[in-house]
Design a protein around this ligand. Structure first.
Ligand code: SF4
Length: 292
């Protein structure tokens, strides 16, 4: 039997733990299950600030393995790579959402790009769609910079949160219906964790339809006709607004089906609905409008 050296106990050090007794990542994340009287948690770890519910949510997304086809595809892309990114270690896991946890605007995309988000690990980062979207978010005050190239590029979002209806890159950017269904509970959980939402911007028809199914699941789909069109806007229960836009995919932007001016109009409309917010000095979580 392993005996803890007396000098360690006196010094208050962490007890060594056999591999089989190590906490799983879920427990180590302190998602509400911290057992600080257990010898496997030391005082220093328990003193760390608790993760926010959205950070725990993102951790759970990254560990998700529900769609075998997509998981295999993402990892195979990470192995074969694109020549231009041969020196990258691809993310190759489900892509977590990104943004301001107090967001009033949700941007809902389709799925990670095989060599974009699947490489960088952040939505709309490192591919043509992001090169098109982020300058617009920057111009409308939602993003701190116009270029999004990696998770460590310093980008910060303010008042918006970016997610997708499928969080693993699908072959040909086409998720199967069962994969959309598998990923739907993530969206339901995430939206419940964003209480300040006022505007939902759906990028593309697939995201638009997936958001309507979310409304149906949570019993908030009103009996009316919803039609996807660029610039379509619907007022939802609770004063929320649903805005529809073409997706900024290369297919749409290279054919000029979607221009940057068209996308800018969508986010200017979102900006008109929600004022700019800034945290109240000295009281985290409270907000005040700085401009209308
Ligand atoms: S697409 Fe969604 S449900 Fe499927 S493995 Fe990825 S995160 Fe999980």
């Amino acid at each position: 039997m392993y005996k803890i050296p007396a000098r360690w106990v006196q010094a208050g050090k962490t007890y060594p733990v056999y591999a089989k007794n190590r906490p799983t990542p879920a427990r180590a994340s302190h998602s509400g299950g911290c057992q600080d009287d257990s010898p496997i948690y030391n005082r220093d770890v328990c003193a760390e600030p608790q993760k926010s519910p959205l950070a725990v949510f993102n951790d759970d997304v990254v560990r998700c393995q529900k769609c075998a086809r997509l998981r295999v595809y993402c990892e195979s892309i990470a192995y074969s790579k694109r020549r231009a990114y041969s020196d990258w270690i691809y993310w190759a896991k489900p892509v977590p959402s990104f943004g301001d946890e107090r967001a009033s605007v949700l941007i809902l995309g389709l799925a990670p790009g095989a060599h974009g988000s699947n490489r960088t690990g952040r939505p709309f980062t490192g591919d043509g769609s992001g090169d098109f979207l982020y300058p617009v978010l920057h111009a409308t005050g939602f993003a701190s910079q116009a270029r999004s190239v990696s998770r460590s590029d310093g980008m910060q979002l303010r008042g918006c949160w970016i997610s997708a209806v499928v969080r693993c890159a699908p072959p040909d950017n086409k998720p199967r219906p069962e994969e959309l269904t598998n990923c739907a509970p993530h969206l339901d959980r995430e939206i419940a964790l964003l209480p300040n939402l006022r505007v939902i911007v759906c990028l593309g028809r697939v995201a638009f339809d997936a958001f309507l199914r979310h409304l149906k699941r949570v019993g908030q789909l009103e009996k009316r006709r919803y039609r996807f069109a660029h610039g379509a806007e619907y007022e939802l229960a609770g004063g929320r607004h649903l805005l529809a836009s073409f997706h900024p995919s290369l297919q749409n932007t290279s054919t000029r089906k979607l221009s940057q001016a068209m996308l800018l109009e969508i986010f200017e409309r979102a900006r008109a609905i929600v004022p700019r917010w800034a945290p109240e000095a000295g009281s985290e979580g409270e907000r005040r409008a700085v401009t209308a």
